[in-house]
Design a protein around this ligand. Structure first.
Ligand SMILES: Cc1ncc(COP(=O)(O)O)c(C=O)c1O
Length: 562
């Protein structure tokens, strides 16, 4: 007997197939086969593959990209729609079966995968097959390993990868012309009183402003009259020591000496990009990706190659390898933790593979890691920098998303480019504000930063749950998103016909901001996507805004004439 294991494959569910003497018969498919009668597939000379290929060609069988069949004798066959070839790897079949369980909710988010012993007993497979299956699930972003505890289902695991789109593989590098579009969207969202679903920051109400003010007073009082000189790049020693200690806490060997304090992460990122490129150079950026990366490429007169980011699996490393072969890429600017806008978290294996791939070719990676501290699982995810052995990773972050956006304090640990970045900092904006550096340093030492972060993460998770409930309540069922494992963004894929720019304009006129998909791409793609922010305490106003968005979605101006 041949059973389809994929619940999504409705047409195949009705089929039963018998295998005899290496031949396959498809039976009971009259409803779906219509013009493609069963006899056409015959008995005798056809193998499983040939039969499926012919069934596929007749156009009546709409198989998903990958379909698993369990053949007689419990042999698994994974049918790949694109290559039209079956594969029979045991670990892939096991991973797919577990993935089905996760996506259908049978293995719930946050739960531990069945133990090694259970799987070996149930599937009759070897230990290494189980581990290969686990690694594959990790690569797909469905589970995450927690040291000495096992594998846990990630929050982002509830949507089938095939259900969400990512950009296609890059063809050519492009000049970037995005700023006008970005400024028009950001300007429109600045009006006071607007519901800030398009904002890039969490609510200031979630930050410990009073305690921070105390640290600012304390830190400023303790400043020596020479601080303006002492705090010149690389920056305030106490602050750099505190930042260095946070690296050490994740087991990384980044010393305080490597830390250069900047005006927010954005300055750190821009300085790093300037340090490793010249006008006309090609830079790899994410698609969709943070618009400021595109603006930096535009400002420095560089060219961009966009590397697809899938909302479930993250950066497409195969596409990156192809782009590195094809283009003289001088630098990459990527996010590995809770990427903006998709929220996707790369597995450690992928981070390491990325670092290794770039190390082989001596290409620097500018790593934007501003959301690292906003993880919902127990442990802080590692940055790609943790796998860097050649000093090629320039890690950039800040306190803007976790503590104090207005203080404008960020940093870069720029590996072998540290001297160049430090000089550029001196040549451009001289230094970060001394009182702000001293204030944050005091807060990190005495203010209870980790306690605050625990509260902030818990608040974000609660807000995420409220936001998802509202989206399910108000928006049409075709709207898709992946539940992120951290950060405060949801990347919504709306029906194909939706024009996100039109949605943005109408939403603004209703007092609601959203971040439309086209601002996250050099080619203004993702016209049916929007990023929304759940970083604000839940309120009736936000619920009303989601309901209003659902109504606006039905407007003919937004639905491209539908
Ligand atoms: C992905 C990403 N990187 C960097 C920044 C800039 O951070 P900062 O405010 O510290 O300059 C932002 C802020 O919106 C961001 O979303």
């Amino acid at each position: 007997m041949l059973h389809c294991r994929s619940g999504a494959c409705e047409k195949v569910k009705d089929c039963s197939t018998t295998i005899g003497h290496g031949a396959v018969t498809l039976e009971g498919c009259s409803r779906n086969f219509g013009s493609c009668p069963v006899e056409q597939f015959g008995i005798g000379e056809y193998t499983v593959e040939a039969t499926l290929a012919r069934a596929h060609e007749c156009g009546e069988w709409q198989l998903p990209d990958k379909t698993i069949f369990v053949l007689a004798g419990d042999v698994d066959l994974t049918w790949d729609k694109h290559s039209r070839k079956p594969t029979m790897k045991r670990y892939e079949a096991l991973a797919n079966s577990l993935a089905d369980g996760i996506r259908s909710g049978q293995i719930p988010i946050g739960s531990r995968l069945p133990s090694l012993r259970q799987i070996i007993a149930q599937w009759g497979v070897s230990q290494s097959t189980v581990f290969r299956a686990y690694y594959l699930l990790e690569e797909w972003g469905l589970v995450r390993a927690e040291e000495r505890s096992g594998y846990f289902v990630t929050p982002g695991a509830s949507v089938k990868p095939g259900a969400l789109q990512s950009a296609s593989v890059p063809a050519e590098s492009t000049r970037v012309d995005i700023s006008d579009l970005v400024f028009s969207v950001l300007d429109a969202a600045k009006h006071p009183g607007i519901v800030p679903l398009g904002s890039a920051f969490p609510s200031p109400l979630l930050f410990p402003s009073a305690r921070l003010l105390k640290s600012l007073a304390q830190g400023t009082r303790a400043l020596s009259p020479w601080s303006t000189v002492e705090d010149l790049p690389p920056g305030n020693d106490q602050l750099r020591r505190q930042i260095g200690m946070r690296y050490v806490a994740t087991g990384m060997s980044v010393s305080a000496d490597e830390v250069i304090v900047t005006n927010g992460a954005l300055e750190a990122l821009n300085l790093c990009l300037t340090a490793v490129t010249r006008p006309g150079d090609v830079v790899a950026v994410e698609s969709p990706g943070f618009y400021a990366a595109l603006q930096a490429v535009e400002r420095l007169d560089l060219r961009a190659v966009e590397i697809p980011v899938h909302p479930v699996t993250g950066l497409d490393l195969d596409a990156l390898a192809a782009a590195l072969d094809k283009h003289p890429i001088r630098a990459c600017w990527f996010m590995t933790n809770f990427q903006n806008p998709t929220g996707v978290l790369l597995s450690n294996e992928k981070k390491k593979a990325l670092v290794d791939m770039l190390a082989e070719r001596d290409v620097p990676l500018i790593e934007d890691d501003v959301y690292q501290e906003l993880h919902f699982s127990r442990d802080r995810p590692l940055p790609a920098k943790a796998f860097d052995r050649k000093g090629l990773v320039m890690h950039c972050s800040s306190f803007s998303k976790t503590l104090a956006p207005g203080y404008r304090i960020g940093w870069a640990t720029a590996g072998r480019y540290a001297d160049r970045v430090q000089r550029l900092k001196l040549m451009t904006t001289l230094s970060a504000s001394s009182p702000a550096q001293a204030g944050i340093a005091d807060y990190l030492e005495h203010g209870g930063y980790d306690r605050h972060l625990r509260k902030l993460r818990a608040a974000l998770q609660t807000q995420l749950a409220s936001m998802e409930a509202a989206l399910r309540r108000h928006l049409p069922r075709e709207v898709r998103w992946v539940t992120p494992a951290g950060g405060y963004f949801l990347w919504l894929q709306l029906p194909d016909a939706v024009d996100a720019m039109a949605l943005h304009r109408l939403a603004i006129s209703h007092g609601i901001s959203i971040a439309p998909g086209p601002i996250f791409s050099a080619t203004h793609a993702f016209q049916n996507c929007v990023r929304i922010n759940f970083g604000h305490p839940w309120s009736v106003q936000i619920d009303e805004a989601i309901r209003a968005l659902a109504e606006i979605l039905d407007d003919p101006a937004v639905r491209g004439g539908i």
